[in-house]
Design a protein around this ligand. Structure first.
Ligand code: P1T
Length: 380
């Protein structure tokens, strides 16, 4: 089936009791047993929930994996991935400008359990190769990175990690499977904050992990049940509902993103623009090779915190808020918001300056978004 067909149908059957076309919200904590040990495969809702299972199967189909597991947030999904696959003494190579919360999880929590992390410029595959140690068990990539839109070559990194038995995990939140499918490029595992494009309506927090190995899937399901950070039935249903329009939404996000990036690129007040869909992006060729579009995340530098404040507080259609990937356009200040947990010196090194502004371009009318930016950039 094609991608749009799968967004609507994969993993979903009409309800066996009523024939309802939409998977019901199985809002129950437990399931009655006909006799001791006689049940239909459902005992307790932390372990099994049909609404959650439909979502897990749906995202697994979209990402071309063998199975999925849904969690209470993107961070819970990343936490479960690492704790399923690794143990104390293992080493992880991480792309060095991930979402600030991912860095915080690794650096402030998981490091205390004996895991080792090296943060490297994964946009250079040779730097990843050089960071691999005898105890390296995972390469964790975000591509494009949040917020300065650097790319990693998934295929090249997978080719060097796989023969060494190193798991390649890709956080595909920024692209969604509509624009990038890491498993087809050789990755073993894909993680998502479903809070973003997959759900797409800024009304649910969740995460999902998709794997390629049935044994890893079984272990992840075990951890999901044992640690318990499951996605609720209602959030699973909202996310399934959101995914049904993923293809049409992403097409519009991508179109609006391209037009806004072009406008910003030509604007005299903006010196540095981060967006992989312009020939001036240092990895434009890789972007064309590994993604089928460029998405709608754009960052630009206006030079200082004061100038950034004028933009952030002056816009009227863009909403000043953390998060991304919803139908509505958002604007944020990574240095004080999404990346506040990254040390200042590291932020500066990565380009996450006080003057950096990040856009999550929504699917409103392009003219309204351009007029909003035009009116605020005039004030700089
Ligand atoms: O917020 P949560 O659902 O837990 O997802 C965490 C997460 C994971 N990976 C990426 C690439 C992310 O961007 C995020 C969350 N990011 C934001 C809230 C943000 O505004 O960038």
């Amino acid at each position: 089936m094609g991608f749009a067909t799968d967004t609507i149908h994969a993993g979903q059957q009409p309800d066996p009791t009523t024939g309802a076309v939409t998977v019901p919200i199985y809002q129950t904590s437990t399931y009655v047993q006909e006799g001791l040990g006689k049940h239909k495969g459902f005992e307790y809702a932390r372990t099994h929930n049909p609404t959650r299972a439909a979502l897990e199967n749906n995202v697994a189909a979209l990402e071309k994996g063998v199975g999925g597991c849904a969690f209470a947030s993107g961070m819970a999904a990343i936490h479960a991935t690492v704790t399923t696959l690794l143990k104390a003494g293992d080493h992880v190579v991480v792309s060095d400008n991930t979402y600030g919360g991912t860095f915080r999880l690794f650096d402030k929590i998981l490091k205390n359990f004996g895991l080792e992390f090296s943060y490297v410029d994964a946009s250079d595959t040779s730097v990843v190769a050089a960071a691999i140690q005898p105890n390296t068990r995972m390469v964790f990539l975000e591509t494009p990175t949040n917020p300065v839109m650097r790319l990693c070559d998934i295929q090249a990194i997978a080719a060097l990690a796989r023969p060494k038995g190193i798991h390649v995990v890709v956080d595909n939140t920024f692209m969604s499977p509509y624009l990038q499918r890491p498993i087809e490029l050789g990755a073993d595992i894909v993680v998502h904050s479903t809070t973003k494009y997959l759900n797409g309506h800024s009304d649910s927090v969740g995460g999902v992990v998709v794997v390629t190995d049935p044994d890893v899937h079984a272990r992840l399901l075990y951890v999901q049940n044992a640690a318990g950070a499951i996605l609720s039935p209602f959030d699973s249903w909202l996310t399934l509902r959101g995914i049904k329009t993923l293809a049409v939404r992403m097409k519009q996000h991508d179109e609006n993103g391209r037009a806004i990036a072009k406008y910003l690129d030509e604007h005299p007040k903006i010196s540095t623009l981060y967006y992989p869909g312009l020939p001036t992006h240092p990895q434009f060729e890789l972007a064309n090779r590994q993604m089928t579009g460029f998405g709608a995340m754009i960052a630009f530098d206006v030079g200082s915190a004061a100038q950034a404040r004028i933009v952030l507080e002056g816009v009227k259609v863009f909403a000043l808020a953390e998060s991304l990937g919803g139908v509505e356009s958002l604007i944020c200040h990574p240095a004080s918001m999404t990346h506040a947990s990254v040390p200042e010196s590291e932020r500066e090194r990565l380009g996450i300056t006080e003057g950096l502004v990040r856009l999550s371009v929504g699917i409103e009318d392009l003219e309204d978004l351009l007029a909003d930016l035009d009116h605020v950039l005039e004030k700089l």
